[in-house]
Design a protein around this ligand. Structure first.
Ligand code: SAJ
Length: 433
């Protein structure tokens, strides 16, 4: 097994290609986007967690090349599929990218090939959707070719856990499939955990993200409870987090962003609906999280009201639009929805984000006057704003400067709590004078 094919060179596929090439394999990357392939072949990375030098070294050594020509799949001994699994307009799974990738693999499927699906999906996808397409070639799974599911666990911006050292779950359609997959992935990843079958591996991944989605919903509901009880939710959560056992800290925020946590649980609830089972926890938690952007806008309106101001024609300066701190990723960011609502209600909105210089029209957003450009976080812009609204708690922001100069400050991420705590303890927070 020497040549590995990777279909989809995004947040999941590119890091996987790089660690597999660094493990000594020859990597052929496949992507429908020709500019992505061209950039990669020039050693330029479009993923913040993969620096250019690391990619360039591999490209220069001919260990990794990218192409839009999928006929080369036949040269690959194993193929990992890392394509998007979004939701369609009615929040049902959209597996069109997985189906397309499987169909193109089937056109040149040959004996001995190993196929591994990495994209998050509902339990049953690999066996019910992919297997029939591949066996339609006449080849038999577990005998002529091998099929596994091994979920990605990418955490954008995580400096400790990355693709190689994060334990890797793997399940096979058959025992032979599992052994084939294990043999390959053990030579790439620090630790591989094999599980019962592909359905188990698929469920483990959606359960991991559902676990986060539901606990974040609980924290978001707690923030509303604290508002009603006139208590500081950040103080409550940080005090609860002093419990050294049986508690895991999640924090409220402006809503859920990214391509994983807000979406993946819907794959499980959809699958279970097809089996006439209602996943009530997922549905109620998703409702609470998706109401947070409106809740944040209501907090802004309340603050303005108490200053005898209306939202219409008020200037709002947003700090942070990325979906979470210290990354440059706007996918499903709640900040986009909040800007839309504020504009619809007649507010004049600007934003500052050191990681996201522009908000461009991606065809989904209803934000007016795009592209929007990040403005400087200077005295003039802060003082001109009627409300300064913190939506993403990037580390490099000078929050004391913001606090000192804002007329009204609405903090959805608890940075002020952190700042005030440090001030009262006399400790200096890095980047905050
Ligand atoms: N969030 C909160 N409160 C929290 C934690 C997160 O409001 O206590 C928000 C974030 O601001 C963000 C959203 O939830 O808007 C998701 O952030 P995240 O850090 O939970 O997740 P992602 O989407 O960046 O990556 C997750 C991974 N994250 C972690 O485990 C920390 C990982 O679970 C998955 O590998 C990844 O999704 C994926 O690819 O599925």
């Amino acid at each position: 097994m020497s040549k590995i094919g990777i279909i989809g060179l995004g947040y999941v596929g590119l890091p996987l290609a790089v660690v597999s090439a660094e493990a000594g394999f020859d990597i052929l990357g496949f992507d429908i986007n020709s500019s992505t392939c061209d950039q990669i072949n020039e050693g330029i990375s479009h993923i913040k967690d993969i620096p250019n030098e690391r990619l360039n070294t591999l490209v220069k050594k001919n260990k990794f090349s990218a192409t839009t020509d999928f006929t080369n799949l036949s040269f690959c001994d194993s193929i990992s599929i890392c394509v998007p699994t979004p939701l369609n307009k009615i929040k049902d799974p959209d597996l069109s990218f997985v189906i397309k990738a499987t169909e193109v693999i089937a056109t040149s499927l040959r004996k001995g090939q190993l196929i591994i699906l990495e994209s998050t999906t509902y339990p049953g996808t690999t066996r019910e959707l992919m297997l029939p397409i591949l066996e339609n070639t006449g080849l038999k799974v577990g005998i002529d070719f091998y099929l596994c599911f091994s979920p990605e666990r990418v955490d954008p911006g995580n400096e400790i856990w990355h693709t190689k050292n994060t334990p890797k779950i793997l399940g096979g359609i058959t025992e032979a499939c599992k052994q084939k997959g294990l043999k390959l992935y053990e030579s790439i990843f620090d630790k591989v955990i094999t599980v019962q079958n592909t359905e188990a591996a698929e469920l483990i991944k959606v359960y991991e993200n559902t676990f986060r989605m539901i606990n974040i919903a609980l924290a978001n509901e707690l923030s509303q409870v604290c508002d009603k009880l006139n208590l500081d939710v950040w103080g409550i959560i940080n005090a609860a987090a002093t419990k050294p056992f049986g508690f895991m800290k999640f924090t409220p925020g402006p809503g859920l962003g990214g391509h994983c946590i807000p979406l993946d649980p819907h794959y499980l609830s959809w699958k279970m609906r097809t089996m006439s089972f209602k996943t009530r926890m997922i549905e109620i938690a998703s409702e609470i999280n998706s109401e947070m952007p409106l809740y944040v806008v209501q907090r802004v309106v309340n603050e303005l009201n108490s200053n005898l101001k209306s939202l219409k024609n008020s200037k709002i300066l947003i700090i942070g639009v990325a979906y979470k701190k210290d990354i440059d990723d706007l996918r499903e960011s709640p900040a986009l929805e909040i800007i839309e609502i504020l504009q619809q209600k007649g507010a004049i909105v600007n934003y500052h984000d050191p990681h996201c210089a522009h908000i461009i029209d991606d065809g989904h957003t209803k934000i007016q006057n795009l592209p929007m450009n990040s403005v400087e976080l200077n005295l003039q812009n802060i003082c001109e704003a009627d409300v300064v609204l913190i939506l993403t708690d990037h580390t490099q922001i000078d929050y004391s400067f913001v606090l000192k100069n804002s007329k009204i400050l609405v903090d959805t991420r608890g940075v002020l709590y952190e700042y005030k705590t440090a001030e009262s303890q006399g400790t200096i927070i890095p980047g905050k004078t």
